[in-house]
Design a protein around this ligand. Structure first.
Ligand SMILES: Nc1nc2c(ncn2[C@@H]2O[C@H](COP(=O)(O)OP(=O)(O)OP(=O)(O)O)[C@@H](O)[C@H]2O)c(=O)[nH]1
Ligand SMILES: [Mg+2]
Ligand SMILES: [Zn+2]
Length: 364
């Protein structure tokens, strides 16, 4: 396969010179480059210059859940065989990771090599700013640029109300564009199409937020299944069940994901810092370096709250997410330490067995 034909086939999926460079050693082995568009129980669909290939991921299923093949990954696939195996996964540029549940400390990777994390928030239900902050912390942490889209803007016909809602989210999301959109009326879609045309975007948000409807609107055809209209928001079962990568006609790549009820933070300290950048900027002006913004004199954060410049809710939310992140980090540390101890024990046992075998004492 010539590199020109690989480029023309894969450029719509985000292939570029840097990926081609990273792939050089695998090219020499005769493997095919491709992008994972869906993962499903040990199998994945990979778009290659040869067309769509169903490949087995048994080769590249490590113990570390953050290194399992995921939608958006660039991989090297065997040119033939039944089944065909994914032989390696190229190092990721970015990765969106959440913790699997609040009880466990394992991370789950939701999408790889994403440039824009588009957080879909439905205007059909009350805004939950704390949830938006949580999504944004993980989005920043992933290395992608976050964008908030307020979906179903047609359900808020009063422009003043809509602009207040946008402002509320904007104060919650410093440095993040907030875009009201309506898939039914088309408002905001041109701006969103322009944003996502520059690379790979992932759509994230609660079930029923309208992610797949947006994906279809951007695609210009009904590729993704959409929930029945009477089953309006939230409660029902998820309509989208796998993460799907789609090449957009106007350029760019979109990953539609199943709705997330919530996202647990996973090692997201710098992401949290970015979501609350105005709080952290204020904190730098506190008299004490380790100010807890409680009763300390000369606290710039409390001053800003009293002056009405910083909502009290923001400070509380900031503290809550920082604490949650520390808990997760501590648990991850504890888990890693336990794994290391287990490893030592195993090595110790193996060493003893080997020695005893040498001395002729060991019985299998
Ligand atoms: N009024 C209005 N309804 C919309 C709009 N976009 C989506 N909806 C409706 O919202 C419902 C949910 O849309 P989906 O696109 O399936 O939501 P989703 O976020 O993909 O949901 P999951 O796949 O379960 O995560 C559907 O009934 C849509 O018709 C919009 O712009 N305006
Ligand atoms: Mg969907
Ligand atoms: Zn302070």
């Amino acid at each position: 396969m010539t590199s020109a034909s690989v480029f023309s086939a894969l450029a719509p999926y985000g292939w570029d010179d840097a990926w081609a460079d990273a792939f050089t050693p695998y090219d020499a082995e005769g493997l095919l480059p491709g992008r994972v568009i869906r993962v499903d129980r040990g199998q994945c669909d990979v778009v290659t210059a040869d067309g769509l290939v169903r490949a087995d991921t048994a080769f590249v299923t490590p113990h570390d859940p953050l290194r399992v093949v995921c939608t958006g990954d660039w991989v090297a696939v065997e040119p033939a065989g039944n089944p065909r195996y994914v032989r390696t996964c190229l190092p990721r540029r970015t990765a969106f990771v959440r913790s699997t549940s609040s009880q466990r400390s394992e991370g789950q990777i939701l999408a790889a090599n994403v440039d824009h994390a588009v957080v879909a928030v439905s205007l059909a239900v009350d805004l939950d700013l704390a949830r938006v902050e949580r999504f944004l912390a993980l989005a920043w942490e992933s290395g992608a640029q976050p964008v908030v889209v307020l979906t179903k803007a047609d359900l808020v016909p009063d422009p003043t109300t809509l602009s207040y809602l946008v402002q509320d989210v904007e104060t919650t999301a410093p440095g993040v564009p907030v875009l009201p959109v309506s898939a039914t009326r088309g408002e905001g879609l041109d701006v969103l199409a322009a944003v996502v045309s520059g690379g790979t975007a992932v759509l994230l948000g609660q079930s029923g937020a309208g992610k797949s409807t947006l994906a279809n609107a951007l695609l210009g055809e009904d590729v993704m299944e959409v929930r029945a209209a009477r089953d309006v928001d939230g409660k029902g079962r998820h309509t989208t069940t796998t993460r799907n990568l789609l090449a957009l006609p106007g350029g760019g790549v979109l990953i539609d994901t199943p709705g997330l009820r919530g996202v647990g933070l996973y090692d997201a300290e710098s992401g949290v810092g970015q979501v609350f950048s105005e709080v952290e900027a204020l904190a730098e002006r506190c008299r004490f370096h380790d100010c807890a913004h409680e009763t300390e004199p000369g606290c710039a954060v409390r001053d800003a709250i009293e002056a009405g410049e910083l909502p009290q809710r923001r400070l509380e939310s900031y503290r809550k997410l920082l604490r949650e992140n520390q808990r997760i980090a501590a648990r991850t540390d504890a888990r890693l330490r336990a794994e290391i101890r287990r490893d030592w024990k195993r090595k110790g046992a193996e060493g003893r067995a080997a020695m005893e075998a040498k001395r002729g004492k060991w019985r299998p």
